[in-house]
Design a protein around this ligand. Sequence first.
Ligand code: NAG
Length: 477
Amino acid sequence: MPQNSVHGSSTGRAVGGTENSWCRAVPGGTGVVTVALLLSKPPEASVLQSALHTLQNRHALLGSKLHYGTTTNTFSFITSPIPPLQVKSFNLSSTCQLLQSLVSSPNTHSVSPFHLILEHELNQNPWCNLKSPSYDDGTDVFFASIYTLPDAKWVVVLRLHTAVCDRTTAVSLLRELIGVVREKEGGGREEKMRNDGEVSLGIEDFIPSGKAKKALWVRGVDMLSYSVNSLQLTNLKFKDVKSPRSSEVVRLQLNQDDTESLLAVCSAKGIKLCGALVAAALIAGHSSKRPADHHKEKYAVVTLTDCRPILDPPLSTHHFGFYHSAILNTLSMKGGEKLWELARRSYMAFANSKNCNKHFSDMADLNFLMRKAIENPGLTSASSLRTSFLTVFEDPVIETNDEIYREIVGLEDYIGCASVHGIGPSIAIFDTIRGGMLDCACVYPSPLHSREQMEELLHNMKRLLVDAAAHNRVPNE
Ligand SMILES: *[C@@H]1O[C@H](CO)[C@@H](O)[C@H](O)[C@H]1NC(C)=O
């Protein structure tokens, strides 16, 4: 469904269908992408800024502004003339002042300064008033800040609109950024990157021919089943449905041994890690409800899949933008499920949908339903805007360069995730495997769910994963 009437022009293009859905979702608080880096070497603001300009030149989308046309009610990316990104610097006293104000909010006692800054940035939303006339020139899609922590640590945060930055983009962006910083500091050669100077197109323009087609009656039946299903779905217990929401993050980390055996069992069983994560989350979530009887409950699970390799033509991981698609499955639970049995059921439901091309054929339907729910929150349970229990990625981010990054920029830790407190799931899991260890950032809407509730859920998930991995330990050869 090509709908980009102005693409190809040097001043930008209209957003595509999926991008448009994100443009509608972000003002409500879902889709603010944040990558926070904890550094033990002081970042030079001028070097960072110049490196970011290099990246904006390479990837025109990152150097664009998002613009809303009031008369047409459409969003577009505009590229010229755009002043380049300015890095915002917070010195020690202004960072401490900020941290003090963040610590005073409830339930932050166990949260590190690095983590507090991540959550703070995740909830900075420069796009929330994009439709007001004072934003006639549009809003940047890319922001960067440096915070100065006590005890000689620094936090660099990149914040982007998800329409220009899916998880693959965020990962490639980080890799390219560190490469350019190294080059600017004279430590290595600059990787030559193609710069086409033009904003790349949306995912809809790359769907292999015929894959998005669906007979009209099939579309009608599917839409009906999606919306009927959504009425019967079970949610994690809501703690506070009235107060204004923000996004918070809890981490789930496994040591190297546990990660290794978990991955070994997954591969022995022919399923992916996402199946095990979904199963652990569902078992932990379902038991937290302590249902009196064993009647069945249905949970919606969304699996995000990076379509780059299967597009026409295939796109590289350095092709920036949003090229993920969602597959929605419902899973019923009656209590007493075994982790690996449920993991297999969950993974197979996803894999079968993908085999049927649902990530292409249902893209427009899911985008449509998301926009309908944003316009009518009453369609969701308690107007919570929860459309699923959980979102996961088909594949984790695998990072093997941590030691190199530590050397170049003093990278101690990092978290990359996106906000979900507008429309979205109760938990969004952003999983990475770094240095052989599973590290998941789990984002949830607060105070719809509380930090205690999520910490308990993740504690139980971790126990389930560690037990399941240990009891099925694949013997070494
Ligand atoms: C830190 O930044 C604040 C606000 O930008 C400024 O007022 C203050 O003078 C700075 N302090 C130091 C020690 O540079």
